[in-house]
Design a protein around this ligand. Structure first.
Ligand SMILES: *Cc1c(COP(=O)(O)O)cnc(C)c1O
Length: 474
């Protein structure tokens, strides 16, 4: 056996854990060769609100909510208590043929909270899966299978948006458009139809976010005119393409997409996995679509995927919400017409109990109201950073705030990828006690909702220093 203490001089508990980790673990979304020299590996002993605490007492502010999952802070005592109580009662049960209270109650609460449009039959059924990608697979398969059950066998394709992201499994990758994750597996993927992103960052001079949204909707209309009859569903991330660099669009686009999906008789799948549960200021991002005529604002999708924040960041769980009409399309004497998709841990009671506790906190603590003040404070603290020479844009949607870094601070000249500006910023921030994991050269704040004034001030200060240090190479 290799003596790891020779490679890593052991001087502290953190070093010891780092060495043990690298001896056995293969980490996600990581070129392992970069550990530990180029990329620090940070062993965490416990979480405390917005802090991650190391074995030696060092702290890191979790400014990315641990991959956008955490809502109320780490080790939130009320969620922890709910999970512990559930673990002593019923930890897991098969969800085919059997049922349990947390699964039913969470479904009831979700259905009561999701967006509704008058005149449209509401989302009425909940199908559980156990992570976001699996939830996306469920929604895609449901849409396809529904048409098939009706004998519409030509509808085999999905429309997705350029720069979108829906997860890492092969079905989810097929409707994603991030080359870094997708390109290698392209030979394995079903061919989706990609429509231009409404991304406001790509607006032409003078066009503005709404103009960009209208132009993207026009291109989508043309795509559907050509291919509408082959399509079963359109999938998008409402309001913010998160993995695509926190690129934001005018919510007008959501209204247009709803209209186009209706006109072509295809399902609209809203992937609210990252933006759901208050991230963009409203409980769900679909609520922000402007009114059509005198009607109220907000659109209702036909299928909606939630995950990440669903359990407050405690346990993996996804839910796909569907209309009654979609559900009814599977009722038949034939089992093959049923939706047989299943995962062993579908609707796990511990995860559902965490979800119920998290929703309770969102309501009881009036979290969305408090977030409005927090988001306003984030905007104030970020404003001076917009003046830094390499910051091309600071953009915000509620509790998501992003800094786009470019070579000259304009939108035309990104940094040479080889400079790895994002990675440099990441290292600079880690060294200063903040977890600020970039997407390419986009830095973003997506903190737990419990983040306080002192933590935000630290975040702003460290972000400034990280940008300055990372861009000094240019
Ligand atoms: C994270 C994410 C997914 C995938 O969820 P996982 O739980 O990581 O599989 C899907 N869609 C969006 C928009 C996401 O941000």
């Amino acid at each position: 056996m290799q003596d790891i203490s020779r490679t890593f001089p052991i001087i502290s508990d953190s070093d010891r854990w780092r060495a043990r980790d690298l001896a056995v673990l293969w980490h996600p979304c990581t070129q392992m060769r970069e550990h530990p020299d180029l990329l620090p590996l940070v062993p965490v002993a416990r979480g405390d609100g917005a802090w991650l605490v190391g074995h030696d007492g060092r702290r890191w502010l979790d400014a990315v909510s641990s991959w956008w999952t955490n809502l109320h802070g780490h080790a939130e005592p009320r969620i922890a208590a709910a999970v512990a109580a559930q673990a002593r009662t019923l930890e897991q049960v098969i969800l085919a043929g059997f049922s349990h209270p947390p699964a039913v109650e969470l479904a009831e609460r979700l259905l009561a909270l999701v967006p509704r449009e008058p005149g449209r039959a509401p989302l009425a059924k909940v199908f559980y899966a156990d992570n976001g990608s699996a939830g996306v697979e469920v929604a895609l398969k449901m849409a396809f299978h529904w048409f098939r059950n009706r004998g519409e066998t030509r509808r085999t394709r999905f429309v997705a948006l350029e720069n979108g992201y829906h997860g890492e499994t092969l079905g989810a990758l097929a409707v994603g458009d991030i080359p870094l994750y997708r390109r290698v597996y392209a030979p394995l993927l079903a061919e989706a139809l990609f429509a231009p992103s409404p991304d406001a960052y790509l607006a032409e001079p003078g066009e503005g976010p709404a103009g960009r949204a209208e132009r993207a909707a026009g291109a989508l209309a043309e795509l559907l005119d050509r291919h509408g009859g082959e399509v079963c569903a359109l999938i998008l991330e409402p309001r913010v393409q998160c993995a695509g660099g926190m690129r934001m669009h005018d919510p007008l686009y959501l209204r247009r997409v709803r209209e186009l999906c209706d006109a072509h008789g295809i399902f609209l799948i809203a992937d609210e996995i990252a933006v759901g549960f208050g991230r963009t200021g409203t409980l769900f991002a679909c609520e922000q679509a402007p009114a059509a005529g005198d009607g109220p604002g907000g659109i209702q999708p036909d299928l909606m995927c939630v995950s990440k924040g669903l359990t407050g960041g405690f346990l993996p769980l996804a839910a796909v919400l569907a209309t009654q009409a979609i559900y009814d399309g599977f009722l038949d004497d034939s089992r093959e017409r049923a939706f047989l998709h299943s995962h062993s841990y579908t609707g796990n009671p511990l995860a559902c109990a965490a979800g119920l506790a998290s929703l309770e906190i969102l309501e009881q603590d009036r979290v969305l109201e408090r977030n409005r003040a927090t988001a306003a404070r984030m905007a104030e603290l970020a404003a001076p950073l917009a003046e830094l020479p390499h910051v091309a844009e600071v953009r915000q949607a509620g509790m998501i705030l992003a800094f786009e870094l470019t070579r000259n601070g304009d939108r035309r000249t990104p940094f040479e990828p080889a400079l790895r500006v994002g990675l440099r910023a990441y290292r600079a921030a880690i060294a200063r006690g903040v977890l600020l994991r970039p997407l390419g050269d986009v830095l973003y704040w997506m903190p737990p909702y419990c983040v306080d004034e002192a933590q935000l001030a630290l975040l702003a200060q460290v972000t400034r220093e990280a940008i300055e240090e990372a861009t000094a190479c240019a």
